[in-house]
Ligand binder design. Structure first.
Ligand SMILES: NC(=O)c1ccc[n+]([C@@H]2O[C@H](COP(=O)([O-])OP(=O)(O)OC[C@H]3O[C@@H](n4cnc5c(N)ncnc54)[C@H](O)[C@@H]3O)[C@@H](O)[C@H]2O)c1
Length: 283
C-alpha cells in the first residue's frame, strides 16, 4: 500500500518539470491524478511553456504505474478553465483530496509596460489562488493543499530591481504566497484541511535553464549559456550543488499530501540546500 492509496490529486503545471515529477511521485504512492497545464506560449516569456506532447508524456508515465489520470490543457489565470478540468476529474474519480498549485513562469520581456510583471503575478499568484478557489468547495477533512513558492520570494532585494519586470513580479508573487498560505491555513484548520507552502531553490527544469535566469548569474554576458553559468549556480546554495532535482521537491509533496503530516499546516518549507542560510531573509 502506498501512502496516498485512494486519494486524488489536482496538479497544475503538470506537463513537465516539477509538476510532472509530482504527478509521477504521487502516483507511485497510489494517488490518481487530475493534471492541467497551459501547453501554450505566453508572450512575455523568453523560454517556451510545455507542449501537448509533454502533457501526453505525463499521462504515459502515470498510467505506467497503473494509476488513473485525467490531463487537460487549461490556463491557471482563467478560473473557469480550471473549474472545467477539475469537474471532469471529479466526474471520473468522485473526489479530490490533494491540491498542488505548482504552475509558474518567470517572464523576461516587457513589450508593453510591465507586461512581464502582469503575466508573472497573474500566473504565479492569481493562478495559485484560482487553483485553490476552484478546489475548496470539494475538499473535506484530511485534504491537503500545497502551493509552490520560491526562495526568490524569501530573499531581500528581489523586488527592488530595475529593468525587465517579470523577475520582480515573480519574486513579489512568491513573497505574497507565504502570507497567503499562513492566513488561509488558519481559516481551514478548524475543518481539518491543511495548507502549506514549498519553496525550492534552483531546480533542474526549464524555468531555471533559460537565458533570463542565466543572466542573473552572469550579468557580464548578454546571452549566457548553460556552460557559462554551471560553475556559478552552486554559489546560490550552502551545499555545493548547482540545483536540486524535481524529485527532491516531489518527495516533500508526497509527505505533505499524506496523512503522515496530518498536523503540519501553515508552514512555508524550503527545499534549498541551505540557500537561505546564506542570504538574509525578508521580514
Ligand atoms: N526551477 C526552479 O529553479 C524553481 C525554483 C523555485 C521555484 N520554482 C517554482 O516551481 C514551480 C514549477 O516550475 P518548474 O521548475 O517545474 O518549471 P517548468 O517551466 O518546467 O514548469 C512550469 C509548468 O507550468 C506550466 N504553466 C505555465 N503557465 C501556465 C498557466 N498559465 N496555466 C497552466 N500551466 C502553466 C508550464 O507549461 C510548465 O509545464 C513554479 O511555480 C516555479 O515558480 C521553480
Amino acid at each position: 500500500m502506498g501512502k496516498l492509496e485512494g486519494k486524488v490529486a489536482f496538479i497544475t503545471g503538470a506537463a513537465r518539470g516539477q509538476g510532472r515529477s509530482h504527478a509521477v511521485r504521487l502516483a507511485e504512492e497510489g494517488a490518481d491524478i487530475i493534471a492541467v497545464d497551459i501547453c501554450a506560449p505566453i508572450r512575455s516569456m523568453n523560454y517556451p511553456n510545455a507542449s501537448p506532447e509533454d502533457l501526453a508524456q505525463t499521462v504515459k508515465e502515470v498510467e505506467a504505474l497503473d494509476r488513473r489520470i485525467i490531463a487537460r490543457q487549461g490556463d491557471v489565470r482563467l478560473r473557469e478553465q480550471l473549474r472545467g478540468v477539475l469537474d471532469e476529474g471529479l466526474a471520473a474519480f468522485g473526489h479530490v483530496d490533494i491540491v498542488l498549485a505548482n504552475a509558474g513562469i518567470c517572464p523576461g520581456r516587457d513589450d508593453t509596460l510591465c507586461e512581464g510583471f502582469i503575466d508573472a503575478t497573474d500566473v504565479d499568484l492569481i493562478g495559485a489562488m484560482n487553483t485553490v478557489a476552484v478546489a475548496l468547495p470539494h475538499l473535506t477533512a484530511g485534504a491537503s493543499i500545497v502551493v509552490t513558492g520560491s526562495t526568490a520570494g524569501m530573499m531581500k532585494g528581489t523586488t527592488e530591481v530595475m529593468g525587465s519586470t517579470g523577475g520582480v513580479g515573480y519574486s513579489w508573487a512568491k513573497q505574497t504566497v507565504i502570507r497567503y498560505v499562513e492566513v488561509l491555513a488558519l481559516q481551514l484548520a478548524p475543518h481539518m484541511i491543511r495548507m502549506n507552502g514549498v519553496h525550492p531553490t534552483n531546480c533542474d527544469t526549464d524555468l531555471l535553464h533559460n537565458v533570463d535566469v542565466y543572466r542573473a548569474f552572469r550579468r557580464d554576458l548578454e546571452n549566457p549559456t548553460r556552460e557559462d553559468v554551471i560553475d556559478y549556480l552552486p554559489l546560490m546554495q550552502a551545499m555545493p550543488i548547482p540545483y536540486v532535482d524535481p524529485r527532491d521537491i516531489s518527495n516533500l509533496m508526497a509527505f505533505l499530501a499524506s496523512d503522515e503530516s496530518r498536523y503540519i499546516t501553515g508552514l512555508n518549507i524550503r527545499v534549498d540546500a541551505g540557500a537561505m542560510l546564506k542570504t538574509p531573509p525578508t521580514g
